[in-house]
Ligand binder design. Structure first.
Ligand SMILES: Nc1ncnc2c1ncn2[C@@H]1O[C@H](COP(=O)(O)OP(=O)(O)OP(=O)(O)O)[C@@H](O)[C@H]1O
Ligand SMILES: [Mg+2]
Length: 369
């Protein structure tokens, strides 16, 4: 998968312009606050429908402007396509795929896939389980449309259940009305768990290999999906899930929210048998995040038959030169959109093929032109 053109207008600080990246490594170079992240963020927006930095679409519109526009042309193994997004100041977002508006966000998933890596991604490892679930959810939504819809139905049912728990005056009153939501949560939640667990299995296979490579066999990575709900099949998980919700009713009523379920699940990550989530060094956190990101690339290749676009926002300077080289040479088939505040070090430059763009004050131009 390759992005062939990025067009933006009134998108954050970016000037109205069109950029044609190369099919390989693209390096966007510029001082701080010139618009590098804004540019790659606009590509992510066309892949996922949301910014990786904010949930507030309004923030993406140039201050003082009425609306922002982004369009990305791409080529993939099925041919060419274009995704365009218009955001207006009232918070309305219109997404078009090949000029046809889509009705639901779920319909965007899968046209254009990307893996996004920024220093922030370390929080996947070091911060709360919610970050790790989000990491799984973003990937699964991109590669499996059913997952997107299961997760949406699950979240809605869970919100309804929590509402009931908040409003109920007695547990007896709850017992009748809550069952319909328990059933839906158990059914959709079981699918969510089964899909996340299967994804983690694949992630484990690739991430452990990557980690070994990146650390030259010094470190062994272990990864596992952790859930309270047991069962091998979706039916078994669903049955156990329903039983758990019913068993927890009094506890949930006292707490006024649903205390157990896949909204609390986590990924266990260990390096050389030590829980890297709590005890990892900065270097171990970074390398683990990188192992996971590179594993995502390989999983996407397995599932969709080609590599997604790799977006590297400001991550190079955090890695030592060997890891930088291994990352940029990971696979010549990849299209990489990379931002950096400083030019590449000479020892990397000499045997790398890349297209450089300079970004200054929201204007992006191919270098040497
Ligand atoms: N809605 C907006 N309208 C106008 N400007 C904005 C908007 N949102 C952010 N900006 C500005 O865009 C500028 C560029 O931001 P960006 O995050 O792309 O910088 P960057 O080039 O990645 O810098 P760094 O090297 O520090 O990461 C910032 O000065 C920011 O304040
Ligand atoms: Mg930036």
């Amino acid at each position: 998968m390759k992005v062939t053109q990025i067009a933006v207008s009134s998108y954050r600080n970016l000037a109205r312009q069109k950029i044609a990246p190369s099919g390989g490594l693209n390096i966007f170079v510029g001082d701080n606050a010139q618009g590098k992240t804004n540019l790659v963020e606009s590509v992510y927006l066309c892949c996922i429908g949301k910014s990786p930095r904010t949930d507030k679409d309004k923030d993406l519109i140039r201050w003082g402007a009425d609306q922002a526009f982004v369009s990305v042309k791409y080529s993939c193994r099925f041919g060419e396509g274009e995704i365009s997004i218009t955001l207006n100041a009232k918070g309305k977002k219109q997404i078009c795929v090949n000029s046809v508006p889509i009705a639901k966000m779920g319909e965007l998933m899968g046209y254009l896939n990307c893996i996004y890596f920024s220093p922030n991604e370390i929080k996947i490892i070091s911060q709360s389980p919610a970050e790790r679930r989000k990491f799984l959810d973003v990937d699964l939504c991109q590669t499996d449309k059913n997952y997107f819809y299961c997760l949406s139905r699950f979240n809605k049912a869970l919100a309804q259940r929590n509402n009931l728990l908040k409003q109920a005056r007695s547990i007896e009153e709850l017992a009748d009305s809550i069952f319909v939501w328990d059933k839906q949560i158990a059914e959709e939640g079981a699918r969510v768990i089964a899909k996340r667990r299967a994804f983690c299995q694949k992630l484990k296979t690739y991430a452990t290999k990557n980690h070994k490579k990146l650390t030259e066999n010094q470190e062994e990575l272990f990864l596992e999906y952790i859930t309270q709900i047991q069962g091998d099949t979706v039916a078994e998980i669903s049955q156990n899930y329903l039983a758990l919700l019913q068993q927890n009713l009094a506890k949930d009523f006292a707490a006024r929210y649903t205390t157990a379920g896949c909204q609390r699940d986590d990924i266990c990550l260990k390096v050389n048998n030590v829980d890297v989530r709590s005890f990892g060094s900065q270097g171990q956190l970074r390398t683990t995040a990188l192992s996971l990101k590179l594993a995502e690339l390989l999983i996407f290749k397995d599932i969709i038959g080609e590599y997604p676009i790799l977006i590297l926002d400001d991550v190079l300077s955090e890695l030592d030169i060997d890891r930088q080289r291994r990352l940029l040479n990971f696979n010549p088939e990849l299209q990489i959109l990379m931002t950096t505040a400083t030019e590449l070090p000479q020892e990397l430059k000499s045997n790398l093929l890349y297209q450089q763009f300079d970004i200054q004050d929201g204007v992006c131009k191919p270098a040497n032109q």
